[in-house]
Design a protein. Structure first.
Length: 345
């Protein structure tokens, strides 16, 4: 994605999907203008920034001792406040020419299970990045709005947002959340499952990038007719030498089964708590699947098979949350009631 002009967006409100894996920035009137990995690279001795976003991700697993790559968000929330703040400053600075008179209003998507302390960390990081106002929206609501679900109607809509750190499941109606569940299982857990499988079955140590590449290439949650294989490249834990192992899609599906089943279970548990009338609406309308995890082959079929509900992947699953919070900055007054309440001081 080309770097946007700072001058053209000065003074405009921003919406941010601050994701564990990827951060997306939406500018009022311009749409999504930035999508970068939520990674920073810092100097080990001084803590100085060496790279942010795509530049830092390219260094993942390849850095010398004096450079450390850091993911400031874990399980959907800020785990490293200082680096999260610097990352946000960088991304906001990329799209917004900061001055005293042009501090933006920022709307940020956060997991529905976020604690008060974690909410405050997000707000503080955004204020430090130059915001004049910070508003938060729960990710399931943002994902539903971004997926085009009629969340303001009396009939129920259900969304399953599988992100890098969390899976958010919610049933929505009349502009509010009727029932929701947040579980800290997402794309990162899928990668970790592949790393654990390679270590256990082949005594092979592989990195995060290799695991992610294999997940994208042949990872699945449901059997398919044509299933290619892939190579795992890593270090043999016995000899210490580089080694390549051929794996099948069926093996990787088996490796991913535990975190995938955790996602299925949280969807089933949320349906179990849904009022009968709204459950009937969901059966008629289906479940919308969003987030990067929605791209895992066969996840929609697995959910449909185990819940008995029709499931469809949103048109732009990776961008659904960012589009949802973006709608809030485009029509702030109309969507103000779906934002989380401001804390009392």
């Amino acid at each position: 994605m080309a770097q946007p002009s700072r001058r053209s967006f000065a003074g405009r409100d921003l919406a941010i999907d601050l994701g564990t894996a990827t951060t997306l920035v939406y500018v009022r009137g311009a749409g999504i203008v930035l999508a970068e990995p939520s990674i920073v690279a810092v100097a080990a001795d001084s803590g100085a920034l060496v790279g942010v976003g795509s530049e830092a991700k390219a260094m993942l697993g390849r850095t010398p001792e004096h450079i450390v790559t850091v993911r400031p968000l874990r399980d959907g929330v800020i785990a490293d406040f200082d680096n999260a703040e610097r990352m946000l400053r960088y991304f906001v600075g990329r799209v917004h020419r900061r001055s005293f008179w042009s501090r933006p209003r920022i709307v940020v998507a956060v997991p529905s299970g976020i604690t008060g302390v974690e909410r405050r960390a997000v707000r503080d990081a955004c204020y430090a990045a130059g915001a004049r106002e910070v508003h938060l929206m729960e990710e399931p609501m943002a994902a539903a709005i971004g997926a085009g679900l009629p969340v303001h109607e009396p009939s129920g809509s259900m969304v399953v947002d599988v992100g890098g750190g969390t899976t958010e499941v919610a049933v929505l109606a009349l502009g509010g959340t009727v029932t929701s569940t947040s579980v800290r299982t997402g794309g990162d857990r899928l990668d970790e499952a592949i790393i654990a499988y390679a270590k256990k079955e082949y005594s092979l140590l592989i990195g995060e990038r290799t695991a992610e590449d294999v997940k994208v290439a042949i990872g699945s949650a449901f059997p398919a007719a044509q299933e290619p294989g892939a190579q795992l490249r890593g270090r043999d834990l016995v000899t210490g030498l580089p080694r390549i192992v051929e794996v099948t899609a069926e093996e990787i599906r088996w490796a991913l089964d535990e975190p995938v089943q955790a996602i299925v279970d949280v969807v089933a548990a949320t349906l179990d708590r849904t009022p009968p009338e709204l459950a009937g609406d969901v059966l008629a309308r289906g479940i919308a699947l969003t987030g990067g995890g929605a791209l895992l082959a066969g996840l929609d079929r697995r959910l449909a098979s185990e819940t008995g509900m029709p499931v469809h992947v949103a048109e732009r699953p990776l961008e659904a949350v960012a589009l949802g919070v973006g709608r809030a900055v485009e029509s702030f007054d109309a969507l103000a009631r779906v934002l989380l309440p401001e804390p009392r001081h």
